[in-house]
Design a protein around this ligand. Structure first.
Ligand code: PBG
Length: 324
């Protein structure tokens, strides 16, 4: 059947018909909201390149958690700004570290909130790289032990899920073993399996104070030009015991999200990163785009590409829009 017998516009005539045949839906329960935790009391600092996103102190977490849950956003991922940094990133696994205190506070005050932690050293090393160094290179194998210790300390503090973002080889297996040996066999690993060396992380590095002091992350994060390598990375993480596979960033890598969704049967997450958020906010502030509609269309496209879970700074804004 072709035109004029067949007319696709028939099913677009009004909103009720459009809703009837809509293929993709966004749900706040599949959003993860990132939280930046800083030292001090009663602190709430807006991040200049991420309007509407704040660094908050531990005592502010309860209010934040309640706000998220009232909107149906039941999961958060935590990033920490430690009091001090060192070469080995020891603050990442300190028993009373900023993240460990944050996890305890959240699990105390909002036990139903799913608390996911980012497992990486870049916020805790004085050189800003995601692992410890030998000379100027990041030492993969020595870093694994520190990452496993960090993930374990998060689980001990009460984290519901850990998410390694460092891109060291072999870290998923190392973390799985450490968790299992210590009776945390029910704590899932959401692996940043496919993480590209991206300029879209710029605002985050200001927010979390974790830009590398020399060089860049291209010797561990992936080359944006590669998609077959993404399948290889994802396969390794599946074999090592990942429970969820993540692609990061999202919008410039929708093809990768789609390929992972086709080729793997694990849940797929996408990280809609800081630079993606900042671009929409900035253009909207200038009046150049309709920020709300571009937000909704962007998140929908990530879902349509195949993401089951979307980590986004827009989680609360989008949830509010869905309630309208
Ligand atoms: C830590 C980490 C980064 C992001 C998440 N975890 C920064 C980086 O790799 O440089 C970026 C998140 C964002 O841009 O929103 N390694």
């Amino acid at each position: 059947m072709v035109f004029p017998e067949y007319r696709p516009r028939r099913l677009r005539r009004n909103e009720s018909l459009r809703a009837l045949i809509r293929e993709t839906h966004l749900s706040p329960s599949q959003f993860v909201y990132p939280l930046f935790i800083m030292p001090g009391k009663m602190k709430r600092e807006e991040i200049s390149s991420m309007p509407g996103v704040f660094r908050i102190s531990v005592d502010q977490l309860e209010q934040e958690a309640k706000e998220c849950m009232e909107l149906g956003v039941n999961s958060v991922i935590l990033f920490g700004l430690p009091e001090k940094k060192d070469a080995m990133g020891t603050g990442a696994h300190a028993k009373d570290g900023i993240i460990q205190r944050g996890i305890k506070e959240l699990k105390n005050k909002a036990p139903d909130l799913t608390v996911i932690t980012d497992v990486c050293l870049c916020e805790y090393t004085d050189h800003g790289h995601c692992g410890c160094l030998i000379g100027d290179t990041v030492d993969n194998d020595a870093t694994l032990e520190i990452l496993a210790k960090t993930a374990l300390s998060h689980a001990q503090a009460g984290a519901d899920m850990v998410a390694p973002s460092d891109m060291m080889d072999g870290r998923v297996a190392e973390i799985r073993a450490a968790l299992d040996e210590n009776n945390f066999d029910m704590v899932p690993i959401m692996s940043y399996a496919v993480k590209y060396a991206s300029a879209f992380y710029g605002p985050f590095r200001d927010a979390a104070d974790c830009a590398p002091k020399f060089g860049d992350r291209r010797s561990y994060q992936m080359d944006p030009a590669n998609s077959r390598e993404a399948m290889r990375e994802a396969t390794l993480d599946v074999d090592e015991g990942a429970d969820i596979l993540m692609v990061k960033p999202a919008l410039a890598y929708l093809d990768i999200i789609s390929r992972l969704k086709d080729e793997f049967d694990l849940p797929i997450a996408a990280y809609h990163v800081s630079g993606e958020y900042a671009m929409i906010k900035a253009a909207a502030e200038k009046g150049w785009i309709d920020g709300e509609r571009v937000m909704a269309e962007t998140l929908l496209s990530i879902k349509r590409a195949g993401a089951d879970i979307i980590i986004t700074y827009f989680a609360k804004d989008m949830a509010k829009l869905l309630q309208k």
